[in-house]
Design a protein around this ligand. Structure first.
Ligand SMILES: *Cc1c(COP(=O)(O)O)cnc(C)c1O
Length: 369
């Protein structure tokens, strides 16, 4: 089979291995695999299937629409969807047995008024300053939830919050705040069995934040949430390889300007190879002149600006041919650039590099079975 011109190849075995590796590091906590935003650009349905097969207990998404897409694909595992617009209908989500993250009283009442009996996971703000009930609002929210439970309109299955990853003292303060929230929920008569605070970073480095479940996104994809540790340091394998076939190779004289603005000029007669990926496909223009690709096992820096559809690499006198693959990133263990290299080149984080991919890229899935 010929490969797509622009290919994002996802290794589902790597996803499964990462899940097993992470599972071994979280003690008794249950594992939620976070597959929001098209599984961080890896493809929600294939990753969710692989995750469930590898033993993920829960799947996590942001929107109800993302959860319904998984259900429509026949995925039966428990799913939590945690961010909702102000006037959405919850009927369809409840009918599809999707747990709902609930953040404030009006939303709770709205869920209680919906058809069916919702399974609700109450979100409290323990210091991130995003959504979730603020501490002064906890008693009213918990008492209302307990009353809705008594009248059979919903069931509170979980209580949760999210860390700001601001430092050890800040983590400790958030853990303490979450413990106050648990106590307040119990005092109101709630019995949430799923207590969760940690994402990948907390799951790996803040054992006291694990509670009964951890929500792991980035680690699933074999990427590190830490500045000071690579995937390999964590025993994780990057699951995504982005590559494209070279669409033009030509000789250029010394002193030739390359791409818009001539930010790059050749210093000797050389060959220029053209890679058909640009910012229209989610390649960060910020990495112009800094990002690297691997072609036939050698690394080359991007020459000049990344355009909407393409960028150029100066391959010198190396025998690069039409159709050879330029690998932008993949598993650095095989010598290709990493997602972290691109994040560094573009002044951003690995999360953004993989999540922003789109445009004309085709996704393919590899697994041994
Ligand atoms: C995205 C997200 C996660 C996963 O975070 P990672 O750092 O990718 O593990 C967990 N919880 C919430 C609420 C999120 O929004």
């Amino acid at each position: 089979m010929t490969r797509p011109l622009r290919e994002a190849r996802v290794d589902l075995d790597a996803v499964a291995e990462n899940i097993r590796t992470l599972r071994g590091r979280i003690g008794d906590a249950r594992l939620m695999t976070v597959v929001k935003a098209r599984a961080y650009g890896h493809g929600a349905v294939p990753v969710a299937r692989a995750a469930v097969a590898a033993g993920a207990d829960w799947l996590g998404v942001v929107d109800i629409a993302e959860a319904l897409e998984l259900r429509a694909a026949g995925i039966d595992a428990p799913i939590l969807a945690w961010l909702h617009g102000p006037h959405v209908s919850f009927d369809e989500a409840i009918a599809a047995r999707i747990d709902l993250g609930v953040h404030y009283l009006e939303q709770l009442d709205c869920v209680a008024d919906a058809a069916g009996t919702a399974s609700v996971q109450l979100k409290v703000d323990t210091g991130l300053g995003r959504n979730g009930a603020a501490e002064p609002d906890w008693p009213a929210l918990f008492e209302a939830a307990a009353e809705h439970e008594r009248t059979g309109r919903l069931r509170v299955s979980g209580l949760w919050s999210h860390l700001a990853n601001a430092g050890e003292a800040e983590d400790r303060a958030q853990v303490a705040a979450f413990e106050r929230a648990i106590a307040a929920a119990l005092a109101a008569g709630l019995t949430p069995e799923l207590l969760h605070l940690a994402a990948t970073a907390g799951a790996l480095r803040v054992p006291t934040a694990r509670f009964s479940l951890v929500r792991v996104g980035i680690g699933t994809y074999g990427l590190s949430p830490f500045d000071d540790s690579s995937s390999a340091d964590l025993g994780l394998r990057p699951a995504l390889e982005l590559s494209a076939g070279i669409v033009s190779v030509k000789r250029a004289a010394a002193g030739s300007g390359v791409s818009y603005g001539y930010d790059y000029r050749t210093t000797a007669e050389t060959s220029l190879a053209l890679v058909p990926l640009g910012y229209g496909d989610g390649i960060p223009r910020q990495a112009s002149g800094r990002g690297e690709v691997s072609i036939n096992g050698r690394r080359y820096r991007i020459a000049g600006r990344i355009a909407m559809d393409q960028f150029v690499v100066d391959v010198g006198d190396d025998p690069v041919a039409l159709g050879d693959r330029a690998v932008l990133f993949g598993d650095p263990a095989i010598g290709v650039p990493s997602v972290d290299d691109w994040a560094h080149a573009a002044d951003t984080i690995n999360y953004e590099i993989v999540t922003r991919l789109g445009g004309r890229i085709e996704w393919t899935y590899a697994a041994r079975d």
